[in-house]
Structures are given as C-alpha cells and as structure tokens.
Write a protein that binds this ligand. Structure first.
Ligand code: ZN
Length: 503
C-alpha cells in the first residue's frame, strides 16, 4: 500500500500527463493534417494548453506534495517511489527556476530571431542574424544562470543538464576530444581509397506509395506495433510518444529511397523506446518517461545504423525490397547495397552527413556554443570560427554562411547544450550494440532471417523498461558493465568502413 502523500502526487502527475498528451496530439496534428485555415485557432489552442500545463507544473500545491513525499520515510525507502519523487523534484525545480519575465522575453525575442535567421539563411548573410543571435545568447546565458550548475562546473552544464541530466561539459569534452582525432584519421584513410562504394543503386527511383508500404513493413518487422502507433509524412520527421498506446512517427519522401527508409527506421527506433516505456503501469510518472535525449537518440541510431546498415539487414531486406519497391533491385546484390549505404564522405550539411562524419559536425557545434557561452568567442566572429573548424575537422571549405553557421535552426531560439546529445546517442548505441552482441551471439543470423524479437527484447529489458529510474550514466553502466566510452563506436566504424573501402 502506498502512502497518502505519494497517492496525492501520483494523482496530480497523472492529470498533468493527460493534459500534456492533449497538447502533444494538437501539436502532432499541426505538423501532419491541420488545414491551413486552422492556423490562428491552433495557435490559441496551443498557447492555452501551454499556459495550463505551466500552471500545473509550477503550482505551489505540487511543490508541497513533493516535499511531503520527501519527508515520508516509507515513500523514500521504496526504490521505485523514491525515484519518482526524486525526478518530480528535478522537474519542478527546473520549471520554477526561470522568472516569468525572462520566459516571456525569450519567447518573444526567440520568434523574432527565428524569422531573422530564416531571412539570413535564405540570403546567406550572417550580419542579418547577428544582432538577434547576440540577444539570444544573452538570454540563454541568463537562463543558464537561473538554472545553475554544480560547484566546479560551468554555465554550459546548466543547459546540457536540461537534455542530458547530470552530464557536464567537461565529461563531454573528455569523450569528444580524443574521438575527434581518431575520426578525422579514419576519414582521411577512406579518402585515399581507390575503391569507394558505388552508390548508383541508391538513385533508383521508387514510387512514394510503395516506399510507404515498405517502411511500414520494416517497422512491423522491427516490432513497432502499428495498432498502437502510426506512420505519416511531414517535412521534418519526428516521433511523438503521445500517450500510453499512442506513438506516432513521421517520415519524408522525395530524396533517395534509402534516406526515407533510414528516416523511418530512425523514428521507428524512437518509437520502440516510447512503446517500450512502462507507460501503462506508471502512467504520468517519471519512471515511465525517457531518461535523456542521448539515450532516446541511441535507440533511433541503433536501428538506423547498427541494424539498418548491416549486411545481415540487407540479406533479409533485399528480397522484400525487390518485390515491394522496384524490380530493378534484382540487378543489385546484397553486398553492393551494403557497400552503397555505408558511403562515408565529408560534407557541409549536418543533416545530410553519414554515420562517421556526422559526429564531427556535432563536435564543432559543441565547441563553438560552449566558447560563445563563456565569452571566449564573440558572435561576430562565429562565421570565421565555424569555417575554420569545418576546414580543420572535415577538410572541406565552406563557401557561404547558409551552408555554414546558418544551417541549423537551434541557436536562433537559444537552444544550446542540445547538440552533444546527438553524438552521445551514437556512442551509447554502439556501446549497447557490443553488449547485446555478447548476450545474443546469433544476432547477425537472426537479423538476416528477419527475426528482431531477441534484439527488441534486450533493449526492452535493459533500456526501455527502466524509464527514468536510473540516470543515463547508471543505465549505461548496468546495461553494458562500463561507463560510456567512444571505443565501441570507433571499433564499429573502423571494422565496417575499412573493409568496404579496402584500406
Ligand atoms: Zn532522433
């Protein structure tokens, strides 16, 4: 029997979660099926819901309920209940740390800044965005100061902590710095190859309807439940775990069919995490939620890259692709496809980067935003600093700011401390992959046979089921027996790419 103090907290958190699921549903609709004429009403609906949510999440009643639980020895002596109280405290403190006028100013300047960024990017003229970037940086600094950080830490930690709870800039740096040299070395090796993969199979055109059907078939085989989830089309793919029994994915079509397929598998990995969280048993409670963005991203990257770009996957998928997508694939061997989808080549645009070079795009953003935040880099010097790092890490030249420091939307509304989670996701994915290969020695054969149940079960048991019960670092330690390291990802990339490129 749980205590009344805990029951009261659970009751209020459940109502908040239900309200949030309404906001998420409305937001999903805006991205997918909303008719143009609804835009104004939708904006009213969304701001009303956001206001109601904020009120619930910052109410003094909620604060009192959390405090009552913290003082209740019985609640705090229960591992699961105390995890929910601890995480509720974290959420409440973060929600209540920013003064209302700062939130309002950041929202107002943020939307002006995004407009300025759009124009600056279209014209490739950083100077149009520079004054807004300057304002957003000041506001972001003020936010970080309100959030605070542990002794011995730095302002950046306050922001990173929002997305990757408990992680610090120093920890990230300690992983990224040696990784950078190893990655750059590998990419240089590949550039010297006299036999890079032939990518022509990726340019075979496919009907969109067939791709959609194939994408759903792959999702179903991965174990994504289409009875409690769905796949739609949007300009920017995403996954929304709206409520227990309701997980929605989107993908896009128009480029190479593999871009759409990997987009679908990526969101499918996020979706499996959402479907695997204990949402029914612990509805609305922190232990039913994702632990961090890095761990969330590890689930998408694992399916997209570790599974989807493996030879075993194409051994299974190729016969289906030939009948479901385009019979021209009959002329393409499994090996040819495997090589083609593992092409690695430095490029300027992060979202188009391959599995290996992607990490370098993240590292340079991490270094630049950290330098701007502490004042080591002036906003006006950002384009030059950006271009120099692209040259140094990727060995290519940026011709204009729209393919340089203006390419991502994040900084325009003050989103800093977020980028590292993309790379941490890749690192976690490879580390989980090594651990699960030890536990599932026939994994490759299973994948080649289209049997993903063992893999999904491992992820469910070791990652999904825990929600926020443990921190990301503890989860990694428990699942793999080790702290997060860059070694598994480097081993994976080297062992995959060197044979393909013959270097
Ligand atoms: Zn993702």
């Amino acid at each position: 029997m749980s205590k009344p103090s805990y029951e009261a907290l659970v009751g209020t958190l459940r109502k908040t979660a239900t309200l949030k699921s309404v906001a998420d549903l409305v937001s999903w609709d805006q991205e997918t099926y909303m008719v143009g004429g609804a835009a104004e009403a939708r904006s009213d609906q969304m701001s009303l819901l956001a206001g109601m949510l904020h009120e619930r999440q910052t109410s003094s009643e909620l604060g009192d309920m959390i405090a009552a639980c913290e003082e209740d020895g019985e609640v705090m002596g229960d591992e699961l209940q105390s995890a929910n109280v601890r995480e509720s405290r974290r959420d409440f403190d973060l929600e209540t740390k920013l003064p209302a006028d700062l939130v309002a100013e950041a929202a107002k300047v943020g939307s002006q800044s995004q407009e300025a960024w759009k124009e600056a990017r279209a014209k490739s003229e950083f100077s149009l965005f520079e004054p807004y970037m300057e304002k957003m940086l000041q506001l972001t600094r003020r936010k970080a100061e309100c959030y605070g950080y542990a002794e011995g830490g730095e302002l950046y930690d306050a922001l990173l902590n929002l997305y990757e709870p408990g992680a610090t800039a120093k920890q990230v740096e300690a992983i990224f710095a040696p990784l950078r040299g190893r990655l750059a070395g590998l990419i240089a090796e590949l550039a010297d190859s006299s036999s890079p993969p032939d990518e022509s199979p990726l340019d075979i055109s496919m009907e969109q309807a067939r791709q959609h059907e194939f994408g759903q078939f792959v999702l179903k085989t991965m174990g994504f439940d289409l009875g409690t989830g769905r796949l739609d089309t949007t300009a920017h793919p995403f996954c929304s775990g709206i409520a227990p029994g309701d997980t929605r994915l989107t993908t896009r079509y128009g480029g190479r069919f593999t871009e759409s397929l990997y987009g679908t598998m990526h969101e499918g990995g996020h979706g499996l995490y959402e479907q695997g969280l204990p949402k029914t048993a612990f509805h609305g409670l922190p232990v039913s939620e994702a632990v961090s963005l890095g761990i969330h991203e590890s689930q998408s990257r694992l399916w997209e890259n570790l599974v989807g770009r493996s030879e075993a996957f194409w051994t299974w998928a190729m016969p289906h692709a030939r009948t479901m997508l385009n019979s021209k694939l009959k002329d393409v061997s499994v090996e040819h496809m495997y090589r083609a989808v593992n092409t690695a080549r430095p490029s300027l645009i992060r979202v188009e980067a391959d599995e290996a070079t992607y990490n370098l795009h993240i590292m340079l953003r991490f270094e630049l935003e950290r330098a701007m935040l502490v004042g080591d880099l002036a906003v006006k010097d950002l384009p030059d600093a950006w271009n120099a790092k692209v040259q140094e890490y990727l060995g290519i030249e940026v011709q204009n700011d729209s393919e340089g420091c203006l390419q991502d939307v994040h900084w325009s509304f003050g989103l800093m401390g977020y980028f590292p989670t993309y790379c941490l996701g890749n690192l976690y994915a490879s580390q989980f992959w090594e651990a699960l290969q030890k536990d599932l020695p026939n994994l490759s054969d299973s994948i080649a046979a289209g049997e993903f149940g063992g893999l999904r079960g491992w992820l469910q048991e070791n990652i999904h089921a825990h929600g926020r019960r443990y921190s990301a670092a503890e989860l990694c330690q428990r699942a793999t027996g080790q702290a997060l390291s860059a070694d598994p990802m480097m081993r994976h990339l080297e062992e995959t790419l060197r044979p393909i490129y013959g270097v």
